[in-house]
Design a protein around this ligand. Structure first.
Ligand code: ADP
Ligand code: MG
Length: 340
């Protein structure tokens, strides 16, 4: 059997490039929710509302009261590698916003029917941009932005087939908001599904948000932690053994406000719990690692769920020590200091 005849090298069309990139960023409705809530928080929102239809498969709408996008920049928001968040390599290395790749909206729009409705503070009204047609039209809304994402993967049926049931997709989408909400008690969140309020977290203290999300019992069954360790500040709450669960589903770790799943940090925590937690029980914890942004690389993974520390040994030791000390501290739960 002869090899197929060679075909000439061609540059791929923009749309296809975005669809390929979307494969890395957009796995399911929850990935869209995470990206859109990231954007809302980067825009300085104090209230974020997520509305879903069919677990997010038919529609995801994320509304915020942030800074908005001027009408002349609306088409740019949908362009690949277009961002307002960084301009130089230096800024990338010190980035403190959730986003910086300028890829999410382009990727999402390439695998759905997307529209942006936005109104900056100084605008007389909102403008709505339909991504597919490019049509721009006046619209009504208060200051802020709504991004509407409909019929996810409608043009890529192979990807759509990988989606699970609506209930499962909904659960993942709610979990994505929960992760943001735990880190940002200064922002109110609401999640609606088909007209019903599924979750609502009102603005308040860290303590209140922990109680709202992890249960009132968690405050009594955990120890607060707030330590400076070299270039790091470790803030959070670690659950006592009686708060442990059968599943590792209440473990939240953030690096500079971004939810991450980091093997090194997980290992440091496991090791800190070794002496107090026996058997297969899984600890409950919320850990915020605030570290000089130049000491951590967040540009490792398209979804930014993984990070790379410049000195991982230092992070490991600091987390292990802080958690061990917090668990061993006598007395009840100390009050937690607000994250900066
Ligand atoms: P990134 O977040 O990496 O910059 P995105 O594709 O997510 O890339 O967004 C592109 C740009 O669109 C952002 O840099 C921002 O300027 C603008 N934008 C997106 N969502 C919002 C929002 N909710 N409020 C204000 N501006 C937004
Ligand atoms: Mg973004």
């Amino acid at each position: 059997t002869a090899a197929p005849p060679r075909r000439p090298i061609r540059e791929l069309p923009d749309e296809l490039v975005s669809q390929i990139a979307a494969g890395e960023v957009v796995e399911r409705p929850a990935s869209v929710v995470r990206e859109l809530v990231d954007n809302a928080l980067d825009a300085g929102a104090t209230q974020v509302t997520v509305r879903l239809v069919a677990g997010g498969i038919r529609a995801i709408v994320v509304e915020d009261d942030g800074c908005g996008i001027p009408p002349e920049e609306l088409p740019l928001a949908l362009r690949r590698h277009a961002t307002s968040k960084i301009r130089t390599l230096e800024e990338l290395e010190g980035v403190s916003t959730m986003g910086f790749r300028g890829e999410a909206l382009a990727a999402i729009a390439s695998v759905s029917e997307t529209a942006i409705v936005s109104r900056p503070a100084d605008a007389a009204h909102a403008q709505r941009l339909d991504a597919r047609s490019g049509e721009l039209a006046p619209a009504a809304r208060a200051q802020g932005t709504s991004i509407e994402v409909r019929e996810l993967f409608f043009s890529t049926p192979a990807r759509r087939k990988f989606l699970k049931s609506e209930a499962t997709e909904l659960a993942h989408a709610v979990e994505a908001v929960r992760r943001h909400a735990l880190a940002r008690p200064d922002v109110g969140f609401a999640v609606w599904h088909e007209g019903k309020l599924v979750e609502q977290w009102k603005r308040g203290s860290h303590e209140q948000r922990f109680a709202d999300i992890l249960g009132e019992d968690f405050l009594a069954q955990s120890r607060a932690m707030d330590v400076q360790a070299g270039p790091m500040r470790l803030i959070g709450r670690v659950g006592l053994p009686e708060a442990a669960r059968a599943r590792a589903d209440q473990q939240f770790c953030y690096v500079n406000g971004r939810f991450v799943r980091d093997k090194l940090v997980q290992h440091a925590l496991r090791s800190a719990y070794e002496d107090v937690l026996h058997g297969q029980r899984q600890p409950v914890y919320v850990l915020f690692i605030d570290i000089d942004p130049t000491r951590v690389d967040v540009n490792v993974h398209p979804t930014k769920i993984e990070v790379r520390f410049r000195d991982s040994g230092e992070v490991y030791a600091a987390v292990r020590r802080a958690v061990t000390q917090a668990l061993a501290a006598p007395g009840g739960a100390a009050p937690i200091v607000a994250a900066p």
